[in-house]
Design a protein around this ligand. Sequence first.
Ligand code: NAP
Length: 298
Amino acid sequence: MKKKVYITGIAGLLGGGIAESLQKDFMVTGADLVKIDMRGVAYDVFDLCDRQALLDRIERTKPQVLVHTAAMVNVEQCEAEPEKTYRVNTELTETLAQICAEKNIKMIYISTDSVFDGEKKGMYTEEDAVNPLNVYAKSKYDGELAVSRCPHSLILRTNIYGINLQDKKSFGEWIVDSLREEKELFMFNDIFFSPILVSDLAEIISLCIKRELSGLYHACGTGSVSKYEFGMEVKKEFGYVNGVIRQALSQSMNFKAKRPKNMGMSNEKIRKALGIDIRTPKESVVEFHRRYLEKSEV
Ligand SMILES: NC(=O)c1ccc[n+]([C@@H]2O[C@H](COP(=O)([O-])OP(=O)(O)OC[C@H]3O[C@@H](n4cnc5c(N)ncnc54)[C@H](OP(=O)(O)O)[C@@H]3O)[C@@H](O)[C@H]2O)c1
């Protein structure tokens, strides 16, 4: 009998990617605010913050595993709407952790590289102290604290890019579409990160479920790049020579939310635990290109 996996935020960038990948080995369902066609995956459409509706759906579905991706992810919007952000990112996570603990469901929580303040020289490990700089980061870290009290839970800190099933653009899609439209892009050369392609993270999550991994791990690309370097790699791979990427400093943008400059994370712990290699951000751009072309043909 296949395990049942319930994915919150199943129509999102990551939720959709996980649903697609997990379908091979698991019975997949979940919930989102948005209804989209998901090729073979039926899911509930409702506000997960409605505690009674949530409890009803979980009791009816009886999943063995719950992957919690739903969140408010727009950092500027989170800064402007702290109450709503804490309700969605922290209180919902607390509720889910409580339900999972009571019903013996394995909870997998998707967290973020933004929990760090970016002051470290070098890559962040799971041992490093966190110091969230903005509302989004604080709300996600508070979610981590709740999940860490749930037995056998797994927390994966990440930074993702990939193909959206909805009509929204991920960071990678924004770069590609802008270059194709021959726009001039300004990308930060002072912000470093370790992005992973959604499909690669989905495969890792599948392995984590099969191996029953628990604890805290950085599930990101191997090594770190600046946003500018990443953009240039996308430009090279896609061959859009008429789009222009210029280097910029993050201080040139008038962001309301403070952002860490170094978000590079080491993924050594999860690579060792699962016995796998993970692509570097630059290597993964080749697979991103392949998937982007595949989507364009549909
Ligand atoms: N994107 C990144 O680079 C990144 C980096 C680090 C960590 N993460 C984490 O990865 C996870 C997934 O991010 P993502 O980029 O896939 O986000 P996303 O594309 O916005 O997906 C999240 C989905 O959850 C839905 N949702 C939000 N609140 C809900 C609610 N109350 N009830 C039901 N559904 C709700 C959203 O609907 P609406 O769109 O209608 O709100 C959206 O479809 C998040 O937990 C995020 O913190 C993302």
